[in-house]
Design a protein around this ligand. Structure first.
Ligand code: NAD
Length: 350
């Protein structure tokens, strides 16, 4: 399916992994109105997907891969690669939850495999679809704050308790690869490719990440810097995110705990599942991202986040983990044609 050629719309999507985020994807796909198929290794979750989301149940990977037009990977991070390769082997486009993969080798190989096969691959870096974050990016792209110079991003909550693999750093990559990656991707989107990372992490490894907390400084290719904080040390105080983006001509700031325009009671009304950032009355961003990916798979416009962006976010996150372990900054290679961020290029003197 060539990009730019409008093909048949996607009819059947198979969600693999029906836990916390898999159910959010099921809800989004139902909102869009496509036929939903579901597979998880746990039979109870398959039954729930049938009863709550009207999904067609599959009891094996092979069965769901054979029944759908698009595969939506919502399993633990260290299983993304094997499922993506299985989908590619039978010619199925993939939407993958972030992080695209657990390692750089896997992420690069996934991107290469799909590119060489001409198969669409989309990575659900959902922060780009949150209305306030998307609006800030549009403002920057319109040149309204000038050149992006200093970016401060935070994402803080309690320790995730719904699944034990999340706090097992070997499987999830821990706080940086699981949580900070959201803001790493956003920082790169607005401020450009990252050439250096320094990071510090409290309680980085092992199976007991209670009160894990991480801080990273990214140096972007044009010298802008991003300060990013991610935390599982905000137990009992709710989940919050914030941004402060300083440009040469203005500043944009936002914090979920200061600006919640609509309060939902019970909170689950806002989006299925607690522990996600609060949202406005706009469409929830998990539906919006799927609404952008599915037409792209059918040959429509390229979405705001690409597979390469997903792999870049993994590379920067893993560099941050390395820095936190060694205490030294990690340099990242500068691409031949670096991505300079969302702001319009500065006019050069002729
Ligand atoms: N975008 C976001 O805001 C967001 C939020 C949470 C999680 N995530 C990402 O989504 C992924 C899943 O996280 P989660 O919190 O939903 O985890 P989870 O543990 O709640 O759900 C994962 C599900 O996958 C199933 N599973 C495991 N291995 C499988 C396999 N080989 N085949 C089929 N099913 C399998 C498990 O039984 C479980 O039900 C992770 O990569 C995570 O980083 C993204």
């Amino acid at each position: 399916m060539g990009e730019g050629q409008q093909g048949d719309p996607v009819r059947r999507v198979g969600v693999i992994g029906l836990g916390f985020i898999g159910r959010v994807h099921l809800a989004g796909l139902r909102n869009i109105g496509v036929e939903v198929h579901a597979y998880d290794v746990l039979p109870d979750l398959r039954t729930r997907a049938v009863e709550e989301y009207g999904a067609t149940e599959h009891t094996s990977l092979e069965s769901i891969l054979g029944a759908v037009d698009v595969v939506d990977i919502c399993t633990p991070t260290d299983t993304h690669a094997e499922i993506a390769f299985a989908a590619a082997a039978v010619g199925k486009p993939v939407i993958s939850e972030k992080p695209l993969a657990r390692t750089n080798d896997q992420a690069e190989q996934i991107v290469r495999t799909f590119r060489e096969a001409g198969l669409p691959l989309h990575v659900a870096q959902v922060v780009r679809f949150f209305p306030e974050y998307a609006a800030a990016q549009r403002t920057i792209a319109a040149g309204k704050i000038g050149r992006t110079s200093v970016v401060r991003l935070t994402r803080e909550g309690g320790v995730p308790k719904w699944s034990t693999w999340l706090t097992n750093a070997t499987r999830s990559g821990g706080l940086i690869l699981d949580v900070m990656i959201h803001d790493i991707d956003y920082a790169r989107w607005i401020a450009g490719d990252v050439v250096r990372v320094w990071a510090k992490q409290f309680r980085p490894t092992g199976d007991d990440q209670v009160l894990s907390h991480a801080y990273a400084i990214l140096t972007h290719v044009d010298g802008a810097i991003s300060h990013i904080t991610a935390s599982w040390a905000r137990e009992g105080a709710g989940f919050r995110t914030s941004f402060e983006i300083a440009g040469s001509e203005g500043l944009l700031s936002y914090a979920t705990d200061e600006h919640v325009p609509v309060r939902f009671a019970p909170p689950e009304l806002a989006v299925s599942g607690s522990g996600l950032p609060p949202i406005t009355l706009d469409e929830d961003p998990y539906t919006t991202e799927l609404r952008e990916f599915l037409p792209a798979i059918a040959g429509g416009p390229t979405p705001r986040v690409t597979a390469e962006d997903g792999a870049a976010a993994v590379a920067i996150s893993l560099a941050a983990i390395e820095s936190s372990e060694t205490g030294r900054a990690v340099e990242l290679p500068v691409p031949d044609q670096p991505y300079l961020g969302s702001a319009p290029a500065l006019e050069t003197a002729s």
